[in-house]
Design a binder for this molecule. Structure first.
Ligand code: ADP
Length: 493
């Protein structure tokens, strides 16, 4: 039961933690992905610019070779040694034909367009042709060496996670495989596709980077979850403590007010109001004794003594009046009651909630049953009555084995009246106590534990709200207290 309630108390906080963690975690992951996407895009743009520069350089070289006179062929072959990405330089002049038909077609395209044209791209070679008169020139370039790896952004470097390809007319050549096999369709990941903006060089740079949970900022997420747990844990602990404090204050208010007020008023009243007549009684009695002791049988002295005794009697009557008045005040504590429509079931639930720790500590099984409409009552007085009855039952149940302790709060409604029955299966009430049960100062508790005012106050309060409070024994054992109150919305109430 303790574990159950402990869990019940923490479950809302755990839920709050999980929800907050989900929301903030998602935000953090999204932010992190956006950051990495931005960095990837910046590096990709830089890589594209570098590739464009390299292609422009080759394009200029090709244009220069076309213009070179035939006699200058030798430096042309030396170019191959100079540019590592160049595999070969070919030249066609006059009626000679190219070895490959693709070169011829590219030459025709180049002649029509007036700039270089790509003949073919595959794993091993990229062929670019430039038509000229009398000679046309073709460059065979190694695609793997075309990219300027030395000055290439580090994040896209070989061996890294980014897949790099060159594309030409729907074909693409893989230059670098990237870290892992990318998921099908590249749904998750960063993509960069951009053609080279150089006439005739119909090449595109394709960069792909797969990304997934493995790259999420797990350390930051762990730190976030820990911080959230700490913050929520502190809040939960603070709230729990505050509730405990409030409960203690409430208990004090509801449980003690009636008794302490009565006790305090009584003590103050007795001290103040009895002091004067008792002092006068003393003084008069002493005066009378002196007069009689003097043995003076003078009629005057006897008259004086009689007078003193009469005075003492009058003062004693005053003292008795004071006591009677105090008693009356205890019997009718209804001054200032504010009667209104009150939810009886809610009041019971409130009192049980207030006493919950004590009830659990004593392993008392509590049951609330039945229903009742709202009653006409003073909310505070009603709370005090229920609290008193439940408190008495709890004390009675202490007397029986823990496993048997049962407390029932049953609500009923009959016509214009609603009843709350508080039943316990404690030891019950001794036969000689029954006739005086509701009288003030009747108690079986040892000194200091009870004043015996609770039930008399409760009955007075119930009666002043137009109701009643009675008790009857239960079989096989225990007591039932029945609080009857008028129903609030009934026309006869
Ligand atoms: P107090 O609790 O201060 O003694 P009360 O007027 O509330 O004053 O109760 C008077 C006496 O009635 C108690 O001392 C107790 O002996 C008896 N009593 C009240 N309620 C119960 C109960 N549910 N079971 C057994 N005895 C009870």
């Amino acid at each position: 039961m303790r574990w159950g309630s402990l869990l019940g108390r923490w479950i809302p906080w755990l839920l709050a933690w999980a929800l907050l963690m989900l929301a903030l975690g998602a935000l953090l992951v999204r932010w992190d992905i956006a950051q990495r996407r931005e960095a990837f895009a910046a590096d990709a743009r830089a890589a594209h610019r570098l590739l464009l520069q390299r292609a422009a350089q080759l394009d200029a070289t090709l244009a220069a070779l076309v213009l070179l006179p035939v006699s200058a062929r030798e430096p042309e072959q030396r170019l191959v040694a100079f540019y590592p990405e160049l595999i070969a330089v070919q030249r066609r002049s006059g009626d000679a034909t190219w070895d490959e038909s693709a070169l011829a077609a590219a030459e025709a395209r180049s002649r029509a367009a007036g700039h270089a044209s790509i003949a073919a791209l595959d794993d091993r070679a990229l062929d670019v042709v430039r038509a000229g008169t009398p000679d046309s020139v073709a460059l065979r370039i190694d695609p793997a060496r075309l990219l300027p790896w030395a000055v290439w952004p580090a994040s896209l470097a070989p061996g890294g996670p980014v897949r790099v390809s060159l594309a030409h007319e729907g074909r693409s050549v893989l230059l670098q495989p990237g870290a892992a096999d990318p998921p099908a369709g590249w749904t998750q990941g960063f993509v960069f596709d951009k053609a080279l903006d150089l006439p005739g060089w119909s090449l595109g740079l394709q960069l792909r980077r797969a990304t997934g949970p493995a790259e999420w900022p797990w350390m930051a997420l762990a730190a976030l979850s820990l911080t959230l747990a700490l913050v929520l844990g502190t809040a939960a602990w603070w709230r729990h403590n505050r509730r405990l404090r409030q409960r203690a204050e409430e208990l004090l208010r509801v449980g003690r007010v009636a008794r302490l007020n009565a006790l305090g008023e009584m003590a103050g009243g007795i001290a103040h109001e009895l002091n004067q007549p008792l002092t006068a009684v003393m003084a008069n009695v002493q005066a009378a004794r002196r007069l009689l002791d003097d043995g003076d049988d003078e009629p005057q002295a006897r008259a004086q003594a009689r007078e003193a005794v009469q005075q003492a009697a009058a003062q004693a009557r005053r003292a008795a009046d004071v006591v009677a008045r105090l008693r009356q005040r205890i019997d009718s504590p209804d001054a200032g009651l504010a009667v209104q429509a009150v939810d009886l079931a809610a009041t019971c639930a409130q009192v049980l909630e207030l006493l919950d720790p004590a009830l659990r500590e004593r392993a008392i099984a509590v049951r609330m049953q039945g229903q009742a409409p709202r009653v006409r009552a003073d909310a505070v007085a009603l709370e005090q009555i229920v609290h008193n009855l439940v408190g008495n039952a709890m004390q009675a149940l202490q007397e029986v084995p823990a496993a048997e302790r049962q407390l029932v709060l049953a609500l009923e409604a009959q016509g214009a009246r609603a009843t709350l029955a508080v039943r316990d299966n404690g030891p019950g009430i001794a036969a000689e106590l029954w006739p005086r049960l509701f009288e003030p100062f009747v108690t079986t508790r040892s000194k200091g534990d009870g004043l015996g005012l609770g039930l008399s106050l409760c009955r007075s309060l119930a009666q002043s709200m137009g109701g009643s409070l009675d008790a009857q024994p239960l079989r096989p054992r225990g007591v039932e207290f029945r609080l009857v109150l008028p129903v609030a919305d009934s026309p006869t109430a």
